[in-house]
Write a new protein. Structure first.
Ligand SMILES: NCc1[nH]cc(CCC(=O)O)c1CC(=O)O
Length: 333
C-alpha cells in the first residue's frame, strides 16, 4: 500500500500542526505517512499581506498540491480557509481544537491594563486591532506580520511593547511562556475557527485506511463549533479582513432551561476599526444528543443544520443591529 502523503507549508507552526496530524493518522491505522513541503505565496512573499490580495494566500498552493496529486492530505489552520467550499475537495476531519482565545505577549509581564498610554502593540489583524482600540483607544496599534517567532522577536528587541497572537499557535510551538494575558471574549472575541485545524482530502479519496483514520480523528464538538462560527462569516458575507469575531462553545451538561442535552453557544462581534463602535450578539441552541442508537435519532434535526442555522441567525441579528454601518464587512485588505 502506498504511503499517505501529507502536504504542509514550511513555517514552524504549519510543520508542527502537520506533524501532529501525521502522528495521529499513523496511530489511527494509516500504515505509512510521509510529509511533502509546499511553498505558498503567503510564505514566499515578504510584501505586506495587504498587497497580496484576496482570501486564502496561505491556502491556495496547498490545495493545488492536493488537486495535482502531489499530496493526499492537506492540513490547514481552519481560520485561514475562506468560507466558500472548495470544489472537488472535502474537509474530512476537524481534530480536537486548541484553545480558541487571543493572548497578549507584552514586555515586563504586562497586561493590557498595565500598558502605558501610547504603548506600541503589534497585530496584522483588523479584528484584533479594532478590539484593542475599543479597549484602549490610547494605544498605538502597529501593523505586523511574519511567523510567530518574528512577531515575538519584535517585543524582545524592544521595538514593540506587545503583540497579540492566537494562544493556539503558541501552545503548538511550546511558546506559552511568552503569554502575559489571555483575553476573554468580553475583551476580544476570537476569529471564527481559531485554534482549529481542517484536514482536507480530494472528494474522491478512496483509501480505506486513510478514510477510517480521518473519521476517527474528527471531533464532533470542534467541528460543530467551527461550523457555527463560520456560518456567521458566511451569512455576513464577511471578507477575510473584516473586523468580525465569532466564538462557539458546547456545554455538554444541562441547559439553563433544565433540558438534559448538549447546548451550542455562540457569540459574535463586529467592531469598527477605530474601536469606537461595536455590535455584540449571543445566541444558543440545544443540539440533538449523540444517539446511542443512531437509527433512533431520525426525529432530531441534523446537528450540523442546528449549528449552521444558529450562525446564520446570529449574523442576521448583527445586521439588524447595524453591523454593516459599524464596519466594512466586505474588507479583503
Ligand atoms: N493567520 C495566521 C494564523 N493562522 C492560524 C494561527 C494560529 C493558530 C490557530 O488559530 O489555529 C495564526 C497565527 C496567529 O493568529 O497568531
Amino acid at each position: 500500500m502506498p504511503a499517505v502523503r501529507i502536504g504542509t507549508r514550511a513555517s514552524a507552526l504549519a510543520r508542527t500542526q502537520t506533524g501532529h496530524v501525521a502522528d495521529a493518522l499513523v496511530a489511527l491505522g494509516c500504515p505509512a505517512v510521509e510529509t511533502v513541503h509546499v511553498r505558498t505565496e503567503g510564505d514566499v512573499s515578504t510584501a505586506p499581506l495587504s498587497s497580496l490580495g484576496g482570501t486564502g494566500v496561505f491556502v491556495t498552493a496547498l490545495r493545488d498540491a492536493l488537486l495535482d496529486g502531489r499530496c493526499d492530505v492537506a492540513v490547514h489552520s481552519f481560520k485561514d480557509l475562506p468560507t466558500a467550499a472548495a470544489p472537488v475537495l472535502r474537509i474530512a476531519a476537524v481534530p480536537v481544537r486548541e484553545d480558541t482565545r487571543d493572548v497578549l505577549c507584552a514586555s515586563g509581564g504586562r497586561t493590557l491594563a498595565d500598558l502605558p498610554a501610547g504603548a506600541r502593540v503589534g497585530t496584522g489583524s483588523p479584528r484584533r486591532a479594532a478590539q484593542l482600540r475599543a479597549a484602549r483607544p490610547d494605544l498605538e496599534v502597529v501593523d505586523l506580520r511574519g511567523n510567530v517567532d518574528t512577531r515575538l522577536g519584535r517585543v524582545t528587541s524592544g521595538d514593540l511593547d506587545a503583540v497579540v497572537l492566537a494562544r493556539a499557535g503558541l501552545a503548538r510551538l511550546g511558546r506559552l511562556e511568552a503569554v502575559t494575558q489571555t483575553f476573554g471574549p468580553d475583551l476580544m472575541v476570537p476569529a471564527a475557527a481559531q485554534g482549529a485545524l481542517a484536514v482536507e482530502v480530494r472528494a474522491d479519496e478512496a483509501d480505506p485506511a486513510l478514510l477510517a483514520a480521518l473519521a476517527a480523528l474528527d471531533h464532533r464538538t470542534s467541528r460543530l463549533e467551527v461550523l457555527a462560527e463560520r456560518a456567521v462569516l458566511a451569512q455576513l458575507e464577511a471578507g477575510c479582513a473584516a473586523p468580525v469575531g465569532a466564538t462557539a462553545w458546547i456545554d455538554e451538561g444541562r441547559s439553563p432551561e433544565g433540558g438534559t442535552g448538549p447546548v451550542l453557544h455562540l457569540r459574535a462581534a463586529v467592531v469598527a476599526v477605530d474601536g469606537r463602535r461595536a455590535v455584540h450578539r449571543e445566541a444558543s441552541a440545544p443540539l440533538p444528543a449523540p444517539a446511542a442508537d443512531p437509527s433512533a435519532a431520525t426525529d432530531h434535526p441534523d446537528d450540523a443544520a442546528v449549528a449552521a442555522t444558529l450562525g446564520a441567525g446570529l449574523a442576521e441579528a448583527l445586521l439588524d443591529a447595524g453591523a454593516a454601518d459599524v464596519a466594512d464587512l466586505r474588507a479583503a485588505r
